[in-house]
Design a protein around this ligand. Structure first.
Ligand SMILES: *Cc1c(COP(=O)(O)O)cnc(C)c1O
Length: 349
């Protein structure tokens, strides 16, 4: 233990949602998409010549960056590909934050931000969201002096998308880099991709893990000015995205129709589940994502355990702000029906 750096010793490490193997569960705990990826992905893998694997992948993923760039309306030089968007977040941290520096994020938000900050040997400034999980008025003041501000929009685990007007105000006035983590943007009514052309200090990150049903392949995309991207390019691992992932991701990004069809189904199910939970006296926050953040009428931690015993996994985050809530990923209609039946059963006990 004493061999590791002090900041690593002090670190708890990121706690991923559980992936238990002891029995079959309905998994509504890690915001995976319940629907399969595009058939174009299968075709790309079927057509792949295995002999290619003896070669290194394209280090800068040129084809994929062109596809991603044109999808979002930017040149390929304004994009960078990562081994999941978590890799993008790491690259951003290493590019823009000194050891001993300070990083801002909201609380509650994605719990990886403080972990990455700790690994870098920097300290975290947690800016508490207000009672409705919106941005507090003095957020800019609290973040002042930080070289990096992580903002998940829509936010996780709360599911809301901060008003674009507030995002404009922060991006216009903040002196450091703002990483807008748009992992859930495809499920949202709007996004901030257009900010990249407007603000030289904004980086947008996207992922294929949620809306494209490809959490297993690990593919994230950063979009920012050429100047920021070329700095980040120096920091990334040389071959950070493997050949199979590049091929799969290219096929998936060319079939946005498939993603949108599944996205629409998820949103319909989300609204149906919201209504059904409200009928059971849950307080359900409005969601712009593929999950609901909801306070049950009973103890949330206990309900999480009871649901697990019924074979249904949802996510529980302890703590003052989040401890009364469960985060429930939107599954298929059948999975959501099973959840509702389990709630009825638990309620009747
Ligand atoms: C799921 C998630 C990610 C991680 O995405 P990967 O591409 O799978 O690494 C990033 N940010 C937020 C807010 C997420 O919920």
């Amino acid at each position: 233990m004493t061999y590791s750096r002090k900041n690593i010793q002090a670190l708890a490490g990121y706690a991923p949602g559980e992936q238990p193997k002891d029995r079959r569960y309905i998994k509504l705990n890690t915001n995976e998409n319940p629907y399969p990826p595009s058939p174009a992905v299968k075709k790309a893998l079927d057509d792949f010549d295995l002999k290619q694997l003896k070669l290194y992948p394209d280090p800068t993923a040129e084809e994929l960056r062109s596809i991603a760039g044109s999808l979002f309306g930017f040149s390929k030089n304004c994009t960078l590909i990562g081994n999941g968007s978590d890799d993008i977040l790491t690259i951003v941290m290493r590019t823009f934050v000194d050891q001993g520096g300070r990083v801002a994020c909201f609380e509650p938000s994605y719990s990886l931000y403080p972990v990455l900050t700790g690994i870098q040997g920097a300290s975290i400034t947690r800016i508490c969201l207000d009672d409705n999980f919106n941005i507090p008025k003095d957020a800019l003041k609290q973040a002042e002096g930080c070289p990096l501000f992580f903002i998940a929009r829509p936010n996780a685990p709360t599911g809301n998308a901060f008003p674009r007007e507030q995002m404009h105000e922060i991006c216009r006035n903040f002196k450091g880099i703002i990483l807008i983590d748009e992992a859930y943007a495809d499920f949202s009514e709007d996004n901030c991709m257009d900010f990249v052309a407007k603000y030289p200090n904004v980086i947008i990150s996207r992922t294929l893990s949620k809306s494209y049903s490809l959490a297993g392949v690990r593919l994230g995309i950063a979009v920012a000015s050429e100047e920021l991207i070329s700095e980040m390019m120096k920091v990334k691992d040389s071959y950070n995205v493997n050949m199979l992932t590049q091929i799969v991701a290219a096929a998936a990004l060319k079939d946005t129709g498939w993603m949108k069809k599944n996205r629409d189904k998820v949103i319909l199910t989300r609204e149906r589940l919201k209504t059904a939970l409200e009928q059971r006296n849950f307080n359900v926050l409005p969601s712009q994502t593929n999950f609901l953040f909801t306070a049950p009428p009973e103890n949330a931690a206990e309900l999480h355990t009871k649901l697990k015993a019924e074979g249904i996994l949802v996510r529980y985050f302890s703590g003052k702000r989040t401890g009364n809530y469960l985060r429930i990923t939107i599954g298929t209609d059948e999975e959501v029906n099973s959840l509702l039946e389990a709630l009825n059963k638990i309620n009747a006990e």
